[in-house]
Structures are given as structure tokens and as C-alpha cells.
Design a protein around this ligand. Structure first.
Ligand SMILES: [Zn+2]
Length: 537
């Protein structure tokens, strides 16, 4: 089957530009999980990071090299060679090539002000830096994209020089000249005018990279597409510095459903909300309910009317059917939407399950009940898979935790900034069939001690658990309950959700636990993690 070349390609920079956002801090394991999710969604390019800027990005590329991505091509980011140094002598190039990605994206200067005042280079030297760098990478067999920083501000200041920088990149072999509104302050009309100009003067493809400083990140990207830009760079949920990057979670449905530009697999679009929430969960960010398209209130209507009337009126008050992007209407208690989401997810996890599966109803009811209690399954596919499996197979879990005990003590005075003086100990009693194992372990913290105790109890029965390690542990306070006497409860009385990420060296998975008690929530997530590891072949 011939695959048609997409009219617009999507370039995701959540892992690089997005990670510049305040409060965003991805571990290597986080980055790998997000990359896999973005790939599964069908996005064309994933920018994994800037090799040489930090050890984490190097580690990510070393790991990513060993993965197979279905569709996405991996890109590494860097800048033009430094001034006064030969490109092959520049350390950044060596590190960039070591990432071994098929695509490299190079950022360089367009605006003379930046060339002379920030870089303190001659205009011609900047052109040479752009040309040398791109030629060098092109000669190394890379697909090179050129991020032309401050394209619009630079063009307004000196159009001839801006054009000269883009042409230098094109001549050296850049496949796409990506015009960047780096400061995010341009209006759509300027973006359109300047992109159309670039498009007319260049033979290579033109791309667009915008920021949302005046709330126009998405509008500006679409304006550029209207006049012929064929690559859109952005981030999931609009993560990024200051007010963020162009939000792909809005760009994608706008291209597909409003402009009729089918750039991603049709079947991915109903998974948009899932993708958005997954990335929020991994970033440990509360999903914004007012986010366009995918937010919880995006299709919420105040009810109170007769059901038939509501149905009729609601349709006329919605710009699309919410299901098209995996969202749902919040006025009718619509069983169908939840059903579709759970079905999609279950099929994704490899269960042979359809609308006619008799257990579907009870699975759905249980998921709803748990979600009501504060669970989130978007990034906890391990826990969801176990839930579905228990209901489908009517099987007993492979082990049960009969009892546990955690203790903590400190024998020296508490001083700020002084760690490691507390002693944590956990005992766990586990039942496997008719056998019992009773173990004790110490740890750096109560959860760590509990994990060690549980693990050593289980490894006796299930040696394959030896390869399972925890890669991340996230805690979110989800709901401050109010006490009976009307006191608003303190933060410590709130419910806690724990999300654990685990790996067996080959795959990663997430599991979740919710409780008033953080240790209890952690134990649930730990137990699910081990059980899921056993369930996987
Ligand atoms: Zn940017």
C-alpha cells in the first residue's frame, strides 16, 4: 500500500523545548515513555533533546537508539558551530553525531541585532556558521532541519539579511527552513506575509515554530500553514518556556477537522485526549480542564433540560462531536463515551474485547468507580490491564500481601538539609498459593523499605522479578476533604495518588494507587507493578 506524503508534517519538541517549561522535569524513563506514546500516535518527528547540553539527553539518545519507532523519526537538536572554530572541531557536533539520530535540527541566527550584539559576530561570519554546520551534517548523511531563530523579528528589521540566512541554510542542504517566532509576539498577519515571502524565495520546504506569548501560538502556526508551511513544530499541551510553545494538542485537530489537512493517521485523532492526559500524568501536571479540545470542560454543558431537548440543543452548541478527539459531552451521563475509551484502551493493551464482551459492563463500572475515587489510568496502563484481566479471566492474583508493617525512627535531632539520619524498616507477609513468605528490609525511606521487603519476599517464588526496577515515583495530592466539624482539612488529610513507573529493561509501565495514606497508596502501586511484571510475557 502506497503511503501518501502528508501535506503537513508534525514535529514534536515536547522533550526539548517543552522541557524548558517551568515545573517540567522529565527523567530519562519519562522521556522514553513519552517518545513511545508520541510515536504510537503517528507524529512524524520527535525531538529528543540537545546532546551535550546535559547528561540526561545523552542518556536518552543512548537508550532511544536501541528502540524501534514505528513511524516517528528521531531528531537531535543543536546550534550552529561556534564562531572562530572549524565545524569539525566543535564539540557540539561530535556530541550531536554521537546521538546517531536520522534527523538533526540546527538553530541559527536570523536577526542582525542578535548577530552583532549577542553573538558579536560579523554578518558574513554568521552566514558561514550556518552554511558550514549544515553542510557538515548533510555530508554525514543526516536529514537537516534549520530552525531560523527570530525569523519574523529579524525579517522586520532587515529582510535582505533574514533571507540571506535562510538561503545559506538551503544552499548547504537543509531540507526544511523552519521560521521561528522565538519571542512569541507576532500577529498572524505578519506570520502569513513573511512565511509567504520565504515560501516564494526558497525551494526547500518551509516550517513554522511559534510560541504562545500573546496567546497566538496555534493561530500563528495555522496562518503559516495556510500560505504553504509544511512542517509544524510544537509541544503536547503547549509545554514550553514562559507561556509555552505552539500547542500540538490544538494544532492537530485544527488541521484535521477544521482545515481538512489529514496529516496523521485518521484512527489517532480519537486518542488525542488520551495522549494529552498521558503526557500531563508523566509530567506530574494536573490536566487543565479548560484546555481546548481535550480539557474536561471542553464539551461540558450546564444541564437541567429535558434529555431530548438537551440532545438537540447540545448538538447545536458544539463545534464538533467531542468523540472525534476522544473527549465527551458532560451533560448527559453518556455510557457510550466511557465505553469507547475503555474499549480502545483495552484493545491497545492487547485484550481481545469488543462491544459484545459480557464482562465489559463490569469493567466499565469498576473503572468509573475507581476514577471517581481519584484514580487515573492514562499513565497507569499496568493497573488498568490487571483490572481488565481480573474481570475477563476470573483468576486469582498470583500473590497477595497478607500483612505489612512500616516503621520509622530518628535518634538524632532534626536539622534542615541533613538527610539520611532516619531509619526505615518494613516487614511484609506475602501469600503465594498455600505458601507464606515473611521478610523484613530497611530502606532510605518508608516506601523504599516496603519495596525491598516485598521484592525479596516475591523473588523466592518469581525469579523474573529480579529484573524489575522502579524508575520513577510520583505523588499527587488529589482532593482535600472537609472535616465533619466544617474545618477545612489540612493538606495531610487529603487523598494521595501515587504513580509508579517500572521497567524490566525492555518495557516500561505505570501503575497507580490511591489512598488517604501515602504508604498504602504506594503499596497498591507497588503490588500492581509486580503483578503486571508477572503477567507480561
Ligand atoms: Zn522554541
Amino acid at each position: 500500500m502506497a503511503i501518501m506524503k502528508p501535506e503537513v508534517e508534525i514535529y514534536d519538541t515536547t522533550l526539548r523545548d517543552g522541557s524548558q517549561g517551568e515545573g517540567i522535569n522529565f527523567s530519562v524513563a519519562d522521556k522514553l515513555r513519552i517518545a513511545e506514546k508520541i510515536d504510537a500516535f503517528g507524529i512524524h518527528y520527535i525531538e529528543g533533546g540537545w546532546p551535550g547540553s546535559n547528561p540526561k539527553d545523552m542518556e536518552f539518545f543512548a537508550e532511544a537508539k536501541r528502540r524501534k519507532f514505528a513511524r516517528a523519526r528521531l531528531a537531535a537538536f543543536s546550534m550552529t558551530r561556534r564562531k572562530g572554530i572549524a565545524v569539525e572541531k566543535d564539540d557540539l557536533m561530535r556530541q550531536l553525531l554521537a546521538a546517531e539520530t536520522p534527523v538533526v535540527t540546527i538553530v541559527g541566527k536570523t536577526w542582525l541585532l542578535h548577530v552583532t550584539e549577542v553573538l558579536r559576530a560579523k554578518p558574513d561570519e554568521n552566514l558561514a556558521m550556518i552554511g558550514d554546520t549544515i553542510r557538515y551534517l548533510h555530508d554525514h548523511g543526516k536529514t537537516v532541519f534549520y530552525d531560523a531563530e527570530h525569523s519574523f523579528d529579524g525579517f522586520k528589521d532587515n529582510p535582505d539579511y533574514a533571507l540571506a540566512t535562510w538561503q545559506a541554510a538551503e544552499k548547504a542542504g537543509a531540507q526544511c527552513i523552519v521560521l521561528c517566532d522565538t519571542n512569541g509576539g507576532c500577529l498572524p498577519n505578519d506570520i502569513k506575509r513573511i512565511t509567504a515571502f520565504a515560501k516564494a524565495k526558497l525551494n526547500s520546504r518551509v516550517g513554522i515554530h511559534t510560541h504562545n506569548d500573546i496567546g497566538l501560538g496555534v493561530a500563528n502556526a495555522l496562518a503559516a500553514v495556510e500560505v504553504g508551511a509544511t512542517q509544524v513544530q510544537g509541544t503536547i499541551n503547549g509545554y514550553g518556556e514562559r507561556t509555552g510553545n505552539c500547542n500540538l494538542t490544538s494544532v492537530i485537530p485544527n488541521l484535521h477537522l477544521k482545515m481538512g489537512l489529514k496529516c496523521l493517521p485518521e484512527k489517532s485523532i480519537p486518542k488525542l485526549k488520551d495522549l494529552s492526559h498521558f503526557v500531563d500524568e508523566i509530567a506530574n501536571i494536573r490536566p487543565d480542564p479548560r484546555q481546548p479540545w481535550v480539557g474536561a470542560t471542553a464539551f461540558a454543558h450546564k444541564g437541567g433540560m429535558h434529555v431530548h431537548a438537551v440532545d438537540r440543543v447540545v448538538n447545536s452548541y458544539e463545534h464538533i462531536k467531542p468523540e472525534l478527539v476522544g473527549n465527551h459531552r458532560r451533560v448527559l451521563v453518556s455510557d457510550m463515551s466511557g465505553r469507547t475509551n475503555v474499549l480502545l484502551k483495552a484493545q491497545e493493551l492487547g485484550f481481545k474485547i469488543t462491544n459484545d464482551t459480557p464482562e465489559l459492563k463490569s469493567i466499565l463500572a469498576r473503572v468509573k468507580e475507581l476514577e471517581h475515587g481519584g484514580y487515573e489510568f492514562e499513565a497507569a496502563e499496568g493497573s488498568l490491564a490487571l483490572l481488565i484481566r481480573h474481570r475477563l479471566k476470573h483468576q486469582e492474583p498470583p500473590f497477595t500481601v497478607e500483612t505489612y508493617h512500616v516503621s520509622m525512627r530518628r535518634d538524632v535531632p532534626l536539622r534542615r538539609g541533613e538527610e539520611g539520619k532516619s531509619i526505615c524498616e518494613a516487614t511484609v507477609k506475602v501469600r503465594v498459593g498455600d505458601e507464606m513468605a515473611h521478610t523484613v528490609a530497611e530502606g532510605d525511606g518508608p516506601v523504599n523499605a516496603l519495596d525491598s521487603a516485598l521484592r525479596s519476599a516475591l523473588i523466592r517464588f518469581f525469579p523474573k522479578l529480579k529484573s524489575v526496577t522502579l524508575t520513577d515515583y510520583k505523588v499527587r495530592i488529589i482532593e482535600a476533604s472537609t472535616g465533619d466539624n466544617g474545618d477545612s482539612a489540612s493538606g495531610t488529610a487529603a487523598k494521595t495518588r501515587v504513580l509508579i513507573e517500572s521497567t524490566n529493561g525492555k518495557d516500561e509501565w505505570g501503575t497507580v494507587g490511591v489512598s488517604d495514606n501515602i504508604i498504602e497508596a504506594s503499596l497498591q502501586a507497588l503490588v500492581d507493578s509486580m503483578e503486571y511484571a508477572l503477567m507480561k510475557r
